[in-house]
Structures are given as C-alpha cells and as structure tokens.
Design a protein around this ligand. Structure first.
Ligand code: DC
Length: 501
C-alpha cells in the first residue's frame, strides 16, 4: 500500500467534496467507493433484480465486471463495460446502493477492488468502512460527520441549485433512514475506526474542513519527530486545587470557587456542570447563598479571606504552598522598615493576592524598564520576590538591575521549582526543533511566558488552547515538533495534540 487517507462518515457529511479538494492539493488519487455501490445499484435496477432478494443480488453481481477509470481527473464507473457515471447521483441510485451494500457478496467484490486500487498509488478514499475494513493500515483516518439537519439542508440546497426543488423534511427522513441502514447492517456497518480523527463539520466551512484534513494528512505523510516535554501540564499546586474542588462536589450544599479554579475553560466548564459556581467579586460573595468556597492555587488577599469568613462561608484553602510562602514573606517584610518589590504581573490574581497580605504598599514591577526607574532612598533594605510563574531569566535580569543600584538587597527567588523546570525544558526543546507548540488557556500567565521563551528559541512557535486552534498546514512543514503546556493545561488536551501530530 502507498500513502492512504481513509474518510468515513454518514451520507451528506461532505466526504466527497472535501476528499476531492484534498486529493487535488496533495496530488492523491481520489476514490469514491460510494460510487461503486451506486454502480451496483444501477446494475440491479436495470437487470430487474429485486434488491431485497439477497440470493438474486449475489448471483447477479458474481458475474459482472466493474471498472474505475479516470477521465480528466473525474472518476468514471463502468459496470459490465457500460459507463454509468451520469446516473450515479440520482436519489433512487443512492437508495438502492444503501440496500444492496448490506450483502456480503457485494461487499467482498468491491472491497477487493478498492484494496487493489489503493495498492497502486497514493490515495484518499471515502466511504463507510474504509478505515475499519478496506484500509485498516491507512496513515490517516477521518470520521467526518454533521448533524442530520445540516446534512439535509446541504442536500436540499444542492438540489435547488440544480433546479430540482425538493422537500427538506423528506430529504431529512431519507437521510435518517439511510444512516440507520448503513450503521446497523450486519456486515461492515458504518462506524468510527478506533484511531480515526472525528470532525463534526456542522459549523465549519468547506475551506476549514479541507485545511484541517489536509494539514493532518501532510503531517502524517511527513511523520515528523515529536518531542513532548516531560514537565508539560498540571503542576502539583494546580492538580491539588482541581482535585480539592472535585472532592468537595461529593459533599452537600452550595459550592463555589473564588475566581476560576484554573485558567482553563474546559476544566471550568466541567466543574460548572458539577454544580460549582465561580464567585468573582465581593458583590458576588454578598449575594451568594452560604456554602463552601474553595480558594484556588493563586491564593487571595487577606481582605477576601476575612470577608468570606465573616460572611459565614466555609473556606477550603487550596492556595499553592509556594504562594503561601510569598504571602508570609510579604507580611513580614512590610511589617518592618524595608521595601518589598514584587516582580510579576500586577493584574494577575496571584500578585493581587500577594499585595493583599502586605501591611504597607509594595512595588510591583514587570519589566527591565520599570526596574531601571525604581528609586528608593540610599541604604534602603529592599526584598525582592517574584510571582511563582515568572520567567526565570527575566527575573534574574531585573534583579541585576536593582542590585546595581546599591541598596541592601535581599533576593528571594520564589519562582516555583515546577515553573523553573518547565521553562528550562521548554527552552531546551524549542532550541532543537523546527516548530514548537505551547498549549494553555488564554488567561494563563505561565503559558504566555512559556510561549515567549519558546518563541525566542524557535520562531515557528504556536500558542494554542486546544488542538482545534492549530494551523496544521503550516505546522506540516516541520520535520521536528516540540510540545509543552502550561501548569493549568489538562492532560486530555495535551494528549489530543500529541496523538494528532
Ligand atoms: O457515499 P454514498 O452516498 O455515495 O454511498 C452510497 C451508499 O453506498 C451508502 O448509503 C452506503 C454504501 N456504501 C457502503 O456501504 N460502503 C462504502 N464504503 C461506501 C458506500
């Protein structure tokens, strides 16, 4: 077998439209196996054989010849030497094809022919059983689907454009009947191969679907070397916080998190389905029915903590121990004469929380420019801490600038070890690959920093939330691909990306 892409799915999902375009873009031979079953349908009809008589159909097809030839790139079907291509798309032909395709004698003849065709070149083949039966060794398997309403609407429009107006409800009923027949027949029913990529095209344009499949097909053909960072994904603090909330869902009474538990939409959505409500503001706290509040790994300010307690909520504190340590330093330093400098993003909840434990205002800086313009009286005791997920290299550069000013500096590198290890590994991998993928939520600060670090080493770095965001066509140019993920990225998302590239 050469290179093969298998596309399966129900009637009207767009298989042939998409497969033809991918074939053209990638110089593959497109094989429409549905047309072959349709050819048998035409033959049976012309020969006056009852399509429900298995024996008669099997006998009739045992002697016929079927030939597929390409004329100007178009697949023509010849049954017993007759070109039946013109009649393939008729509604009645489709119905008959579905009925006769359930017979083992019909299938074994066509499957053998289809395998033969795949052996002689690089193909994209569409049908119902390509990934499961005809070409189980295909390099890429796609299961293309769409809602029955969408498929009916597409077919209705197609007929309208051809000047054959039809009743949409009838079309939908017909599609449902065919789905049922194709999915529930005994021999090779339509089903997704275990290793197929599922694409629901209901809300996708043709161009989007082609890009997706072509991108995947190009990546599989190239077979790049893929390196997954061992440090990718949930850190200990995040894992603990998420587990804490799931554990609490087993209890009774209203359950809240103060802010989203982690910066990841899929986890937050799932928790919402488990009845967890997010409280965002003091006003939310005031209005909420009393219950349990889980404080997330970022931590909160002392005021928020006190407000929750005074309002009568039960608090379950899942603040990361690395963050708690910074709260302690912040409290101690700001109780004395010295100054506290927090290196981090002042709008990030972790930094807001740290500021909220200070007895007097601390200075928050994020850039080397801000470090440059920092001024304290001579001989001031300056303690520097960092946001746990800050970029280590940038932190060290900022520290150097402040040190050079001659204050009595005390540096507490509070970047957590998981962040440090993750960044170091990401930098190392990014420096050796053609393309780097960084996976994480839009609001995740540590993911953004990972992206910056990787981008510096590898210009072809992609920042994505889920696999669906990946520009596969451009990624397919890479011979080697690295993957890392932020501390709040669940394993399921990482695995989906890894599996597909
Ligand atoms: O994809 P299509 O509508 O042209 O297919 C017509 C019928 O042929 C379909 O209802 C089921 C059958 N078929 C099949 O059983 N196996 C295939 N590989 C392709 C089509």
């Amino acid at each position: 077998m050469g290179y093969a892409v298998a596309v399966d799915g129900p009637a009207g999902a767009g298989k042939s439209t998409i497969a033809k375009l991918v074939a053209k873009n990638m110089d593959l031979t497109y094989i429409d196996t549905g047309a072959m079953y349709r050819g048998i349908g035409i033959f049976i009809r012309d020969a006056g054989v009852d399509p429900d008589d298995e024996e008669a159909v099997s006998k009739a097809v045992s002697g016929i010849t079927m030939d597929i030839r390409y004329q100007d790139g178009v697949q023509h079907v010849f049954v017993d030497g007759r070109d039946v291509t013109e009649r393939l798309r008729e509604e009645e032909t489709g119905r008959l094809a579905s009925r006769v395709s359930r017979y083992p004698a019909v299938r074994s003849r066509l499957v053998a022919l289809q395998r033969q065709m795949a052996e002689s070149g690089n193909v994209i083949m569409d049908g119902r059983d390509i990934g499961t039966v005809v070409l189980p060794g295909a390099q890429l398997k796609i299961y293309l689907t769409a809602s029955v309403q969408t498929r009916a609407r597409r077919r209705w429009k197609e007929l309208l454009e051809k000047g054959e107006p039809a009743d949409i409800a009838e079309i939908q009923a017909d599609i449902e009947k065919r789905d049922n027949q194709d999915m529930h027949r005994e021999v090779s029913p339509l089903k997704k191969a275990d290793d197929a990529v599922v694409l629901d095209t209901s809300d996708m344009t043709i161009e989007q679907v082609v890009n997706r499949i072509e991108g995947l097909a190009r990546i599989r053909r190239k077979n790049p070397k893929v390196v997954l960072a061992q440090t990718a994904g949930f850190c200990f603090g995040v894992q603990r916080a998420v587990k804490t909330v799931y554990d609490e869902t087993k209890g009774s009474g209203p359950l809240y998190t103060y802010g989203e538990i982690i910066h990841n939409e899929s986890v937050v959505d799932d928790l919402q389905k488990h009845g967890v409500t997010v409280l965002d503001t003091p006003d939310d706290v005031r209005k909420a029915e009393k219950g349990t509040v889980v404080i997330r790994s970022h931590g909160v300010s002392k005021d928020v903590y006190d407000d929750l307690q005074n309002a009568g909520f039960r608090i379950v504190d899942a603040t990361c121990p690395f963050v708690l340590k910074i709260h302690q330093i912040a409290r101690e330093v700001t109780s004395g004469d010295g100054e506290l400098v927090i290196v981090g993003d002042r709008t990030h909840p972790e930094v807001e929380g740290i500021c909220g434990w200070c007895r007097k205002p601390a200075t928050v800086i994020d850039t080397k420019e801000e470090a440059d313009s920092l001024i304290f009286p001579e001989n001031t005791d300056v303690t520097i801490v960092s946001q746990t997920t800050f970029n280590l290299q940038k932190f060290e550069e900022i520290v150097e600038i402040i040190r050079a000013k001659g204050y009595n500096t005390n540096v507490c590198n509070t970047i957590c070890s998981a962040t440090e290890e993750r960044q170091t590994e990401a930098r190392r991998i990014a420096a050796t690959v053609d393309a780097m993928i960084v996976i994480g939520g839009k609001k995740s600060s540590n993911t953004r920093k990972l992206y910056e670090i990787c981008k510096r080493e590898c210009p072809e770095t992609y920042l994505i939330q889920t696999f669906a965001d990946l520009n596969l066509i451009s990624l397919a140019k890479a011979d080697s691909i690295g993957i890392t993920a932020g501390a709040s990225t669940p394993n399921t998302i990482i695995e989906e990306v890894l599996h597909n590239v």
